[in-house]
Design a protein around this ligand. Structure first.
Ligand code: C5P
Length: 399
């Protein structure tokens, strides 16, 4: 079996989108993977196993009780063979079963038994997708490290319009490729990440804050964990759920963030400071809610400590990555920040562009080190996280 090809187990469940999995199997075979298809009984109502057998040139498994007496096939043989398992389409029912650890057919048994990465592309009726219970099950799968490719919006086979269509074959192939080549180059390393903005209290209900969503920092933390690192994520208030495999400390203020960061900085091999820390805080925060009639004409502000500068000055030995949100002269300002804060890498972006940056899923950044300036294309934040960690690993190796 070791001809150098990776084995992708493709799980097919019982939805009309199963016909699109034929294209997925073709694309994966064309890209050089060995593809082994496992189907639920319901999936065989939509596409015949013979179709997948022909496209993959491999046997297709449906039942756990195959009557061919082949000693090598047993209930977890596919799980052991898999370098990656992708389930497309994945119904609400199978999502629920996997989220709860059920294993009552060959597909769910394989999903439970395998230690390979799992990619799931759900497809279903919009109401089934939106149900709390489905969303909770999806969140459970994500929290365990599965990559879930959200269904897209459009006309559904049942006539409804909404999200529920299987993601495009190209995006599934892309996710499979990214997972299949994921390197474990941060194994044994400690990575400390800051994310989000901080909230600086004026009184118990009001604060000074900013638009940072935390998306970039969370993506860096999750990617570092997938690459084998022990990850501490210190984040300001963010609606995002804890990323897979990270130890998360949620703070409110810059002072709390500083304390949480300094407690973990010495152990870190890589520190990525993506948080948009408030530069100022109200000098005094009222312990009671300020009444409308008592509103002060002015709020006196005090400087917050610059956590990144402090780490740079300590020169603790970790690869130090800072961020620079600029509205003009992005490259010059990033270079100046690299020097001033003693960083190894500055990730700079132009926040004057209203379409990119805060809260969006994509961004265009400049990576500035002492030796080079690299201008990346507009990329999803997960891809930017990969690029940042690629550079950080390289800088770590040069130490
Ligand atoms: O100086 P400026 O705020 O533009 O620098 C941004 C970088 O410094 C980011 O990496 C941010 O996380 C970090 N920073 C910090 N503490 C502050 C302000 C910014 O760590 N008080």
């Amino acid at each position: 079996m070791s001809d150098g090809r990776k084995t992708i187990v493709v799980g097919v469940t019982g939805g009309i989108a199963a016909y699109k999995t034929c294209e997925l199997v073709r694309a994966l075979v064309r890209d050089g993977y060995r593809v082994k298809v496992v189907m639920t009984e319901a999936a065989t109502r939509f596409v015949s196993p013979l179709t997948f057998r022909t496209l993959s040139a491999e046997p297709v498994t449906v039942s756990m009780w195959a009557d061919e007496p082949d000693a090598k096939i047993h209930h977890i043989s596919l799980a052991e063979e898999a370098d990656l398992m992708v389930i497309a389409p994945c119904t609400a029912n199978v999502i629920a079963k996997i989220a709860h650890g059920r294993a009552d057919d060959m597909l769910t048994t394989t999903a439970l038994a395998t230690e390979a990465p799992l990619v799931i592309a759900p497809a279903m009726n919009v109401h089934m997708w939106r149900k709390d219970v489905t969303q909770r099950n999806v969140a459970v799968l994500r929290s365990r490290g599965a990559v879930v490719i959200d269904p897209t919006h459009g006309e559904l086979a049942c006539g409804d319009v909404g999200e529920g269509r299987l993601a495009s074959v190209e995006s599934i192939v892309e996710a499979v490729a990214a997972e299949a080549v994921r390197v474990r180059d941060l194994m044994g390393k400690h990575v400390l990440v800051t994310a989000g903005g901080t909230h600086e209290p004026i009184d118990p209900v009001r604060y000074i804050g900013n638009h940072s969503s935390g998306k970039t920092g969370f993506a860096v933390a999750e990617e570092a964990a997938r690459r084998g690192a022990r990850v501490f994520l210190v984040t300001g208030p963010s609606h995002l759920p804890d990323p897979f495999g990270c130890e998360v400390v949620r703070v409110q203020t810059a002072l709390q963030m500083r304390a949480a960061v300094l407690a973990r900085a010495d152990a870190a091999d890589v520190i990525v400071m993506s948080a948009a820390v408030a530069d100022f805080r109200p000098a005094t925060a009222s312990s009671d809610k300020i009444k409308k009639t008592d509103a002060p004409a002015q709020i006196t502000l005090e400087r917050n400590p610059d956590i990144l500068s402090e780490l740079g000055a300590r020169n603790g030995g970790a690869v130090l990555v800072g961020f620079a949100a600029e509205t003009s002269e992005v490259e010059e300002n990033a270079k100046a920040k690299l020097e001033a804060k003693c960083c190894d890498l500055i990730v700079a972006n132009d926040v004057s562009d209203p379409v990119l940056g805060f809260g969006t899923d994509e961004n265009r950044v400049l990576l500035v080190t002492r030796d080079a300036v690299e201008r990346l294309d507009v990329l999803p934040k997960a891809a930017i996280a990969r690029e940042i960690l690629d550079r950080a690993v390289r800088l770590l190796e040069e130490r």
